[in-house]
Ligand binder design. Structure first.
Ligand code: F6R
Length: 235
């Protein structure tokens, strides 16, 4: 798909220019095409991830890393098993960490210790969430534990046998963690995202629409298919 190819190329360019780039990665349906492009290009010898580092945006709490629905497993199945990024350079919050506060601090320090994120890939939830920063009364800065909203649990229940099996909590990079990335690429596809894309980009900047904060980022690129961008005039 054209959208995925564009996003994949932009990030691949960053890795070519800076082989030890620090990438922020997302899960969900939308980035799958990006990962497919990278896998193909890697197989063709065009991209080398061997010096790159990656941090995932989020992970469910109380889910084993090898569980089918864990984001760690998603990353291995959809990307890491098919490219050459070193296992010690692939980071994701530990869903089984004993103490959430310690885990959040560890993750945040690890990102800072690697020099911060060069390029952050984002999807967007139907409610405007980025990572698992759900709509709320304030923007939360750093990596933190969140209670997932009903709409997110509904949306994600497609990956679980029963809705009750969807974890109620997740770790997520905070809005500050995301905004500190030097470059942000948000991908969106389908008519179901059209309204939220419009609100996020042209509506008020408010924690009620977490993605709206991206209006204040100096280097953000939105890449969507025609349906997702259909409510934006002039496109
Ligand atoms: C996933 C993530 C979420 C998704 C969002 C959209 O790591 O952080 O914010 O990007 O829920 O998901 P899809 O792409 O499945 O529509």
């Amino acid at each position: 798909m054209e959208m995925s190819r564009k996003a994949a190329n932009l990030i691949a360019a960053s890795v070519s220019l800076k082989p030890d780039a620090v990438l922020g990665l997302a899960t969900g349906d939308t980035p799958l095409g990006v990962y497919k492009c990278w896998i193909e290009r890697h197989a063709g010898g065009e991209i080398d991830f061997s010096a790159a580092t990656a941090f995932n945006l989020d992970e469910y709490r109380n889910i084993a890393p090898e569980a089918e629905q864990s984001y760690r497993r998603y990353m291995i199945d959809n990307l890491y098993s098919k490219i050459d990024m070193r296992p010690e350079n692939r980071h994701i919050p530990d869903g089984l960490a004993a103490d959430p506060a310690t885990e959040c601090e560890r993750y945040e320090k690890l990102i800072a210790g690697c020099g911060g994120i060069d390029v952050q890939l984002l999807g967007i939830g139907h409610n405007g969430h980025i990572g698992f920063n759900e709509p709320g009364g304030e923007f939360v800065g750093n990596t933190h534990l969140v209670a997932l909203s009903d709409s997110t649990i509904d949306a994600n229940s497609r990956f679980f046998r029963r809705r009750e099996d969807v974890p109620a909590e997740a770790y997520t990079m905070g809005i500050g963690t995301i905004m500190r990335a030097r470059m942000i690429i948000l991908v969106a596809s389908g008519l179901g995202k059209a309204e939220i894309i419009h609100r996020a980009l042209f509506g008020a900047v408010t924690p009620a629409v977490p993605a709206s904060i991206l209006q204040f980022h100096a280097n953000v690129t939105i890449i969507g298919d025609a349906a997702a961008l259909s409510m934006i005039d002039g496109i």
